[in-house]
Design a protein. Sequence first.
Length: 319
Amino acid sequence: MANILEIESLRLAYRARGTVAYAMNDVTLSVGEGEAVGLVGESGSGKSTLARATLGLLPPRIATIESGTIRIGGRDVTRYTEDQWQAMRGNPVAMVFQDPLSYLNPVMRVGKQVAESVKRHAPRLPLQQRVGELLSLVKLPASAADAFPHELSGGMRQRALLAVALGCGPKMLVADEPTTALDVTTQAEILALIRELRERLGMALLLISHDLGIVASACERIYVMYAGHAVEWGATRDVFQRPAHPYTLGLLKAAQAARNSEGRFATIAGDPPNLSGLSPGCPFTPRCPLVREECPRQMPSAGPARNAGAQQVRCWAHR
Ligand SMILES: Nc1ncnc2c1ncn2[C@@H]1O[C@H](COP(=O)(O)OP(=O)(O)OP(=O)(O)O)[C@@H](O)[C@H]1O
Ligand SMILES: [Mg+2]
């Protein structure tokens, strides 16, 4: 299977008002054509940064890619200019976000916005017919074409944003917390829709979520991020049923505890990491129950997990 997305040893820093945050610090990740991959990790671990980097949506001047590469469909896009990104944004990679209102045009009717996206990426298709098809694909009534975004419910707006994204004919959809802002029933509907669309259209999916259950139900493979590092990745079943990295274990336990107490967000003990320095060691060291001598000195390279499934893990306890 060829890869639609390949990120290799990516290091990225945000610099603003004299502060620096290494939001990505040596991340390697790939998504195969048609594959569904999940990305999980605590708030601030760099998930949205990774998503934005794959669409050239990082804040200019503030964010700098310091090393590593991003390849999309085999093309090296690491140093793309805004003009180059504009030409390829939406196709082959399109994106949906948590807050569709910020990405839909508030003063343009939904049907027109879907039409604009079709015109840009597939100008030869019969326009009105294609808009109708896209609305029905995301299960919006035809009347939604005449609505302005603020006239729609949260779930319908997310469907509208999906229709705009699909109008580009993407080979991969990046979905950053697409259901987080919605009520539980609508969350389940949108998630089911994303899964269905992916299967019908043969699209790859990179799904970012706080909610481990959402990722488990929609993705074949999963990456766990901590402080700008991918610390464990592999088949969803391996990572969830036989987690290898102590951080993944903590995340799963916390999610379990949160479910039992009906809390929504899970947390694990200890402070989130400081991203302002480039420490050579494993960033999980201060919170880790398995710390060894090597941990604060050097981040281990990836390798197979011991006594677990076939996943890869970056942890000295597995070397
Ligand atoms: N525009 C920005 N300027 C400066 N720092 C930023 C900017 N965007 C993100 N960061 C920093 O980069 C780090 C990673 O942020 P990011 O939004 O990628 O995390 P996340 O994993 O998506 O978190 P969440 O789960 O809360 O969405 C954080 O420390 C954040 O403060
Ligand atoms: Mg985020």
